[in-house]
Design a protein around this ligand. Sequence first.
Ligand code: APR
Length: 235
Amino acid sequence: MKKLVVLTGSGISSESGLKTFRDSGGLWENYDVMEVASLAGWEKNREVVLKFYNERRNQLKDARPNEGHVGLVDLEKYFDVHIITQNVDNLHERAGSSEVLHLHGILTRAKSTGDPTLTYDIGYKPIHLGDTCEKGFQLRPDIVWFGEAVPAIEEAAAICSTADIFAVIGTSMVVYPAAGLIDYVQKKVPVFLIDPNEVAVPIYRHITFIKEKAGTGVHLLKETLMSHYSQSLQK
Ligand code: APR
């Protein structure tokens, strides 16, 4: 099977009712990003940070995967699909995707502030001040905050370097190192970008834009890929 690598951002979860970050009405319009998504913000006021992620975790509980997520699962019938997501929601997994790599962590896990190797599956439960790991250290959301390292970036780059097809869905491509993953995709590899809005991308690459929301865009991507690879898919 051809290897289809997909980089997703918050836009793919927008049709599930979860806000993006930088669109109008997005999360970063209502919250000071450095207050709720940085180590400095955590040190300054842990309660504000815990409240922010507890609310998002609560919203996630009631959200459902949408056609965009489900369409990527359907493509697994024809392609070896690997999803690299910047999203901290679990909608790809809940849709049934087999290969999902989270670059920025996940809402349903907590991490020890004293020993980062200690992480706990917490489902949709809130984290409160005083909740500790087995070593007695305060728990924090297992999310990668601004200024923190992205532990999965090397694994993601390796996946991108072996892609036969690369697709970008619902990300503004402004946050690094995630936005730089496109540079690991080999030159000969076709690249598709699904987004209803303009997205700034590297000019040295030929990119096929599908100017649609994810739900519709993934369907169109499937049609394009099925007609392009119909020969090899029959084998
Ligand atoms: N379908 C597809 N794309 C959409 C949709 C939709 N229904 N709705 C909005 N979009 C697009 C927007 O046009 C925009 O290009 O999704 C993108 C969302 O961009 P951002 O809000 O910047 O979110 P994202 O790229 O995921 O942010 C990257 O920044 O804040 C940090 O760690 C956080 O992982 C996040 C990272």
